[in-house]
Design a protein around this ligand. Structure first.
Ligand SMILES: [Zn+2]
Length: 367
């Protein structure tokens, strides 16, 4: 009986429903959801691959350069109604660094920023940036994918091993090579005291005296790269869709680490993209499945673009079991409004576990 519910309780009950309705109205209809899979290589028939995708409900492939360059792969994808996105790494480039080690991003200690397999190119190198932009342009011109999925578009950080209890102050901040220091001083109008000679001294002074200007300037280095790549690929193919891989951190995590460490300003990046995809690999960063939804929501509040979380399918980095129940919950959390769908990382990992293939199909059918 409505009149027996106290007014305040009615208001309290209505707020979550109202929020849900707004979020649901802003997210694409269920039949427009992107159900994607990252795929890096495939041995065997593409026809059978895409038939399996049609059967499961996967409508979009996020594909390696090798697959996008394969005419048969692209033709079969089109014939099966599968959209193709080229996964395009930007500042992670071990080949370029092996060839020219002096391209490396420099950490606050004055050393090349490296942690296990993670090493990044300094984002201020004009020649490198130009080469990457032209490579994107050429790939789109030659292979005409439906989209480009810009990856490693950030500053150096091995976020895959950053766990919830990590001290934010211990996260890496780069790049402090002489070019970045020169550009920062010139563009931000800040002069590093001439008495400071070593990189650690200069880095410490910047981080203590001008942390906000430094973060802002570093975010612009990343945003401008997205702008340049987007412009080039849209010149080649005006209807191409641009996706950006985001670190899976909310705005406040790790003392603002999304901008302070990774240099990803979601609102600014949104101007040059069509969709955003946080790499919400919950299990490997020691987070529970609902965390996938919380990150999606946090990003959604900063953008007008669809946000499509990418989720982990198999075990990675940690030995801990990633079972069916956890996988189910992760998929369900990823699909909750305001999500625009889900992207599996990866197809290879999914087919390695046939029970997860069946479960994924079951969840999508229920959905
Ligand atoms: Zn640099």
């Amino acid at each position: 009986m409505l009149h027996k519910i106290p007014l305040m309780r009615l208001i309290r009950l209505s707020i979550p429903i109202l929020i849900f309705c707004i979020l649901a109205a802003c997210s694409p209809a269920a039949d427009e959801q992107m159900i994607g899979a990252k795929i890096y290589e495939h041995n065997g028939s593409y026809d059978l691959l895409f038939e399996a995708w049609n059967d499961l409900g996967i409508n979009t492939g996020f594909c390696s350069q090798e697959l996008i360059s394969d005419q048969d792969f692209m033709r079969q994808a089109r014939d099966h109604g599968i959209s193709t996105y080229l996964i395009f790494p930007v500042f992670f480039n071990p080949e370029a660094l092996a060839h020219s080690p002096d391209l490396a991003a420099i950490d606050r200690g004055g050393f090349a920023a490296v942690e296990e397999w993670v090493e990044f190119v300094c984002p201020s190198r004009e020649e490198y940036r130009h080469e990457i932009v032209e490579k994107a342009r050429q790939m789109v011109r030659e292979h005409a994918p439906d989209g480009i999925s810009i990856d490693f578009i950030r500053h150096f950080v091995y976020w895959e091993k950053v766990y919830p209890d990590r001290d934010p102050a211990s996260l890496p901040v780069s790049c402090f090579d002489s070019l970045c220091l020169d550009h920062f001083q010139h563009e931000a109008g800040i002069k590093i005291p001439p008495s400071l000679i070593t990189v650690p001294d200069k880095a410490e002074w910047i981080l203590l005296s001008h942390p906000e200007e430094w973060t802002q300037w570093r975010c612009e280095l990343i945003t401008s790269m997205v702008e340049e790549i987007s412009r080039a690929v849209r010149e080649e193919k005006p209807d191409i869709l641009v996706n950006i891989h985001l670190v899976p951190w909310s705005e406040k995590d790790f003392d603002g680490g999304r901008m302070r460490v990774a240099g990803q300003d979601v609102a600014a990046l949104s101007k040059y993209a069509d969709l955003l995809s946080p790499m919400t690999y919950a299990h490997m960063v020691k987070q529970p499945p609902p965390w996938v939804h919380s990150i999606t929501e946090d990003i959604f509040l900063k953008t007008t673009l669809p946000v499509i979380p990418s989720i982990q399918v198999g075990r990675a980095y940690l030995d801990k079991e990633f079972g069916l129940a956890e996988f189910r919950e992760t998929v369900e959390e990823a699909l909750l409004a305001p999500s625009g769908g889900v992207i599996l990382w990866s197809w290879e990992r999914l087919i390695a576990e046939p029970k997860k293939v069946e479960l994924f199909k079951e969840i999508l059918e229920e959905y």
